[in-house]
Design a protein around this ligand. Structure first.
Ligand code: PGA
Length: 250
């Protein structure tokens, strides 16, 4: 069975005391047995947040980015060995904000994925179309292209390290959510692509999360869709009560 995942993406929010408080609240929440919770923390907090949760089952910390190079003169960047050395083994890669504001291309994301796969990380790989593409009804091809250019060179063994997050850009932080039917349609499309590329075992084992204005009020319906295995949650993951309700929504 596929993993059910509630992942938070804190983005560039919170101070250390706030992050500690939020993590403590999630840590003391009874996480359902079949759910994995991942908290996407800003870099300066990774070490401490990981120390807080390392003995808690089904609760993990993710970095929000990682450089594709092993080390060197890349001022301001974070390497895979830095992440490993503070006990982090999940990374969010290809978020639309990184693609848009930091010009991360499909090609660069492929390099980041290769570096992280080779070093044993689990990756939450984000894909999703902007509004213009959705209006033109070409979103399936757009997402397929993102998968083909950054992900589909991996072997089926390597795909075990991948969690896919479908995040339509028009739904991120806008309060607009894809309807459960729209989410299901894209998730089922992605799973079919996984099936034709890698076969049934891989396509059935890969978790596909939905992201874009997930809230306690819509999580249950979204997560009840056949191919929606959880959520990547931005705004609502900053509020402990909201995020706990999302964790309970499976
Ligand atoms: P949102 O963000 O839940 O605030 O829309 C989701 C994301 O960007 O991962």
């Amino acid at each position: 069975m596929r993993q059910k995942i509630a992942a938070g993406n804190w983005k560039m929010n919170l101070t250390l005391p706030e992050a500690r408080q939020l993590t403590q609240e999630i840590k003391h929440h009874k996480i359902p047995k079949d759910v994995n919770v991942i908290l996407g923390c800003p870099s300066p907090f990774l070490y401490m947040m990981n120390s807080l949760v390392e003995k808690t089952d089904r609760l993990n910390i993710a970095a929000q980015n990682c450089n594709n190079n092993d080390s060197g003169a890349y001022t301001g960047e974070v390497s895979h060995s830095m992440l490993s050395s503070v006990g982090v083994n999940y990374v969010i890669i290809g978020h639309s904000e990184r693609r848009e504001y930091f010009n991360e291309s499909n090609k660069l994301l492929k390099e980041k994925i290769n570096t992280l796969i080779a070093n044993g990380f689990k990756i939450i790989f984000c894909c999703g179309e902007p509004l213009k593409i959705r209006k033109a009804k070409t979103q399936s091809n757009y997402v397929l292209n993102q998968l083909q250019q950054s992900l589909f060179h991996l072997t089926s063994d390597e795909m075990k390290q991948i969690i896919i997050a479908y995040e339509p850009i028009w739904a991120i932080g806008t309060g607009l959510t894809a309807s459960p039917a729209q989410a299901q349609q894209m998730h089922s499309f992605i799973r079919k692509q996984l099936n034709s590329k890698y076969g049934k075992a891989t396509s059935e084992a890969t978790s596909i999360l939905y992201g874009g204005s997930v809230k306690p009020g819509n999580a249950k319906e979204l997560f009840s869709m056949k191919d929606v295995d959880g959520g990547l949650v931005g705004g609502a993951s900053l509020k402990p009560e909201m995020f706990k309700n999302i964790i309970n929504a499976f």
